[in-house]
Design a protein around this ligand. Sequence first.
Ligand SMILES: NC(=O)c1ccc[n+]([C@@H]2O[C@H](COP(=O)([O-])OP(=O)(O)OC[C@H]3O[C@@H](n4cnc5c(N)ncnc54)[C@H](O)[C@@H]3O)[C@@H](O)[C@H]2O)c1
Length: 338
Amino acid sequence: MSESTSSRQLRVAVLGVGMMGSFHTQLLSSRVRGARVSVVSDLAADRAEQLAGQVGARVVLDPFEAIAASDVDAVVIATPGGAHEKQVLACLERGIPVLCEKPLTMEADTAYGIVTAERKLGRRLVQVGFMRRFDPEYAQLRELIASGGLGEPLLVHCAHRNPEVPDSFNSPMAITDSVVHEVDVVRFLLDEEIVAVTVLKPTPTPRAPAGVSDPMLVLFETASGRLADVEVFVRTGVAYEVRTEVVGEQGSAIIGLDTGLVRSTPDGRRGGAITPGFVERFGLAYQHQLEAWVDAALGGTVTGPGAWDGYAALAVCDAGVGAVATGARTLVKMEARP
Ligand SMILES: NC(=O)c1ccc[n+]([C@@H]2O[C@H](COP(=O)([O-])OP(=O)(O)OC[C@H]3O[C@@H](n4cnc5c(N)ncnc54)[C@H](O)[C@@H]3O)[C@@H](O)[C@H]2O)c1
């Protein structure tokens, strides 16, 4: 371990400082103890220079030079998905912890390559940015299930609603960019794999461009025979609403109702505000994700969702994209877990 990590300051390189990377950089620099951003890397030099100036980091334009830099102990990858595979493999080659935004790679087989490469190293270094696992409500729900508070869980109902998305956001993207989080949530809550996916396409909202199915209903079947349904509706025109309800043998529990603050107003209404976007809804989850990652990385490892979870999510999304295209129940193709 380097001198700096032993003195409890993890020096982090952030690769890709667009929306997510700049958010992670700001969190690491202001809210997360035990770490500082030492290197900012982006193909867009202006963006990198500006952010680096704000947080006292230096700029290394080339992502692979950044991974190799002597003042870097761990890496956050927030580049577009197509760049992830090579950057994660470079972190594994150097033997340093990495937090990679989803998707781990672009295809299930390349993600499996990362699972096996990490396995050969014999220690966990790859964490995938499934931040909902660090959201206090999801953590509480999982604890309730694990403690037997609902009896055996039988069904999961999820809703994933966005107020709007660009017209280029098509039906397969609703699976790979939105439903992917529900894939991880269902695996996390039920602690088993998803084995088949069916997608139903009801009458679309007039807001959807021609040929785009929005909303869709996605049905997951798990290895033990449980069912989880996901309503994905990304052009509601309302707000960002992400709900999960688990129905068990002895009751049910629901999260994501935004009922933190319920106000009465002079017009005789009572209600709370719905979060406008994912940063407001999951801000704390992103912070807790980084805190847990930094704590583990200071010890030279990771403890959050790993390469296998990134691989499983891609395998389920592949089946989901197939189900969107064919309308048929589609089996998930997965390798055996090493
Ligand atoms: N966990 C979540 O909730 C969540 C939410 C949004 C996005 N994401 C994921 O985060 C990642 C980044 O998304 P974003 O919305 O911030 O994208 P973005 O387009 O805003 O930012 C990407 C940045 O990477 C830079 N870049 C592109 N190719 C690069 C390369 N090869 N090396 C270094 N820098 C490069 C770009 O110049 C840009 O600044 C994606 O994988 C996306 O799926 C996750």
